[in-house]
Design a protein. Structure first.
Length: 441
């Protein structure tokens, strides 16, 4: 009976001229294959006009070659994307095999529709279209960050004033405090590699990854970011760490988790394994940076730090392993992370600087000054962050708003008092799914 049913499905595929994909051992028609291929090719076409747009691609290499040769004009890309949106809306999904399978297909169609919508918005921006900060983040990332006032940040700054006593402005006191926790350059590589090992060990205890997964680390300079994951396909990543500015000890775990385990590397590996290789969903072989997918990617990468290390676990690991390896004072671990917990409450100050700068109410010098005042960035770091805003604009919301949305989603699914194992399971399920920001609610 089982074989006869799937034989009938294959006949139906032939009659409908639909591609066949394999889910487990069962060949099924893929009515979204055509629109998925068109989506991938449109992303590659936009990449010919925007060097930052295609963050990763490991689909058929001839598609990239074709995009490079065609250099389709932006107006034509916009027209093709508008037609594709209509076809996605009209596409049917196959009869569900079970409730989970139906949810995945619904999420897949929603993913394609929303990604194409964001592609059209990016094309309009490349053609000179102007959007406010909030309009842009909604169009590109499917979310709008809350507006914060100076008064909200001032309350945190007062707490830090009381904590970091001494002479001089608060930012100078904070900078002096942090100087005691800089990883010596000669020890950066060994500390970072140990942090990667620790993050990977915690991830593999719950998340099953393909045995061939791996990544390599490079140290670079002259970038507007502190770390970057370049996913290569075949379960491999290149992770680059920017050494332009001093690297503080907390960045070891933050970067190892965010860029590696269970962050970007694991996210891309699980999408490739479960959606590309197991299901044949070709759209996940391309990652357009300016799209709703980025909020999920950055949000899970940041929240993944908390999944891998509870505050108490992190302090213990830092005290027992990373601080000694870096040659830093182990008796100050708790003090350091208590201060960082306060500073983290200023994270949305970066959004406010970007919002005002992009909206034209302040210039770049004022944006850097805002970051110094309300985010406690040193002048070089503030200037680097403004360069990041120049390049990536409203992308900044994906880090803090993304983390907050992911945390709320995981707590809703697992429960606020869930065990660590339950949180890991829900987190891994999210990483393996096509869910996007509007699907987190």
């Amino acid at each position: 009976m089982r074989n006869d049913r799937f034989k009938g499905v294959l006949v139906l595929c032939a009659l409908m001229a639909l591609p066949v994909i394999t889910i487990g051992q069962a060949p099924l028609p893929d009515p979204l294959r055509n629109v998925a291929e068109r989506y991938v090719k449109l992303v590659l076409a936009v990449g010919q006009h925007d060097a930052d747009y295609v963050d990763a691609f490991y689909g058929p290499p001839e598609w990239r070659t074709q995009a490079e040769a065609a250099k389709t004009p932006l107006a034509a890309i916009g027209d093709q994307a508008a037609a594709l949106e209509i076809d996605i809306a009209a596409a049917l999904i196959p009869p569900p095999r079970n409730p989970q399978d139906r949810e995945l297909w619904v999420l897949r169609r929603h993913y394609l529709a929303r990604q194409v919508s964001a592609l059209r918005a990016r094309v309009a921006m490349l053609q000179g279209g102007k959007l406010t900060f909030d309009e842009e983040s909604q169009a590109l990332y499917d979310a709008v960050a809350p507006t914060k006032t100076e008064a909200e940040f001032e309350g945190v700054l007062k707490q830090l004033e009381a904590r970091l006593t001494g002479d001089g402005p608060l930012i100078e006191r904070y900078d002096r405090f942090k100087q005691a926790f800089v990883i010596p350059p000669a020890r950066v590589d060994r500390v970072f590699k140990e942090a990667i090992r620790g993050c990977r060990e915690r991830t593999l205890a719950t998340v099953q990854l393909p045995p061939e997964e791996r990544f390599t680390v490079e140290y670079v300079t002259g970038k507007s970011w502190s770390g970057y994951n370049w996913y290569q396909g075949q379960f491999r990543s290149l992770i680059q760490v920017n050494t332009d500015l001093p690297i503080y000890i907390d960045r070891a775990i933050d970067l190892a988790c965010h860029e590696g385990y269970p962050g970007h590397h694991v996210y891309n590996v699980l999408l490739e394994k479960h959606l590309v290789k197991d299901r044949g969903w070709i759209e996940y072989t391309v990652y357009p940076l300016f799209s709703p997918q980025s909020l999920i990617a950055e949000g899970t990468a940041n929240f993944g730090i908390e999944v891998a290390f509870s505050p108490a676990d992190r302090v213990t690991y830092e005290k027992d392993v990373l601080f000694p390896l870096a040659g830093l004072p182990v008796d100050r671990v708790q003090e350091y992370y208590d201060v960082l917990a306060l500073v983290d409450k200023l994270s949305y100050a970066g959004n406010e600087a970007a919002r005002r700068y992009i909206n034209g109410t302040i210039d770049r010098a004022a944006a850097a000054a805002w970051l110094e005042r309300y985010a406690l960035y040193t002048k070089p770091r503030a200037e680097q962050r403004v360069r990041f805003i120049d390049q990536y604009r409203s992308y900044v919301i994906n880090y803090n708003l993304g983390k907050d949305l992911i945390r709320a989603y995981i707590e809703k699914k697992a429960g606020r008092d869930a065990t660590a194992a339950r949180r890991w399971r829900e987190f891994a399920a999210l990483l393996s799914s096509p869910r996007l920001p509007s699907g987190l609610k």
